[in-house]
Design a protein around this ligand. Sequence first.
Ligand code: NAP
Length: 253
Amino acid sequence: MRLKNKIALITGAGSGIGRATAQCFAAEGAIVIAADINQAEALITQELIERVGGKCQALQVDVSQEAQVKDAIAKTVSIYGRLDLMHNNAGISIIKPMIEITEADLDRLIGINFKGVFFGCKHAIAQMSQQKKGIIINTASELALVGQPLYSAYCGTKGAVVAMTRALSAEWSAQGIRINALCPGPIDTPMLRAEFDLATDPKAEAQAAINSIPAGNLGTAEDIAKVALFLASDDAQFVHGAAIVADGGKTTI
Ligand code: NAP
């Protein structure tokens, strides 16, 4: 019970890494606000957690809309009195040759992957600075650190998340707010499966991804949830402004 009674808001909690992290945090005693643009899937996360005796409240939030992010945090604080953990995890991918990426694609990617994380940090910090305590985890990607064909815009947004995380950590560490980025490698979630399905041979695409990972397998959402748990726990009390990579060694080769 490393997060007993901690109030944790997780975005993108209706699927993949966010859902697994919501389940993991709740199993460790946190009261989880499972925020997602997809209300039905957020409710399923709530049900999965409640079924095993955990505490969770689903909330529909589009992280690209600042007012909605602000409102989600205000609601959390009005119900629970504080916000201990903010995991800015919601994200999307747009995989295309650079010259085919439209301005609308770029606006959507930046709106969710960068502005969404920025708004989450901004409004969490507004609350946490009053508490003089708080922990923020921003989901970036190993693609913030290495390149990959067809991912130029996605890589740009994830690199921005890592850079912003460092800057925010420098700004707020002394005020008791610990902020880190988490950089997963290829993780077997609906997002990655949808990316494989874009290829002419999705099975071969999945195998190529596996071949790029020294560990020899895709990561699971639970693998990343456990790293998020470490960052959310007091075990990580001296970890500030870091970009923690969990990628089966993909970025080492
Ligand atoms: P996922 O399974 O697609 O889950 C992402 C969730 O976020 C979905 O429920 C999605 O809803 C939701 N979402 C999308 N736009 C949103 C918005 N504007 N506001 C609130 N929620 C929104 O993806 P995942 O693989 O778990 O990815 C989670 C995070 O990890 C993302 O930031 C991703 O970039 C990052 N990541 C993933 C991998 C990987 O290999 N899977 C690797 C590195 C980093 P809809 O399904 O309705 O869109």
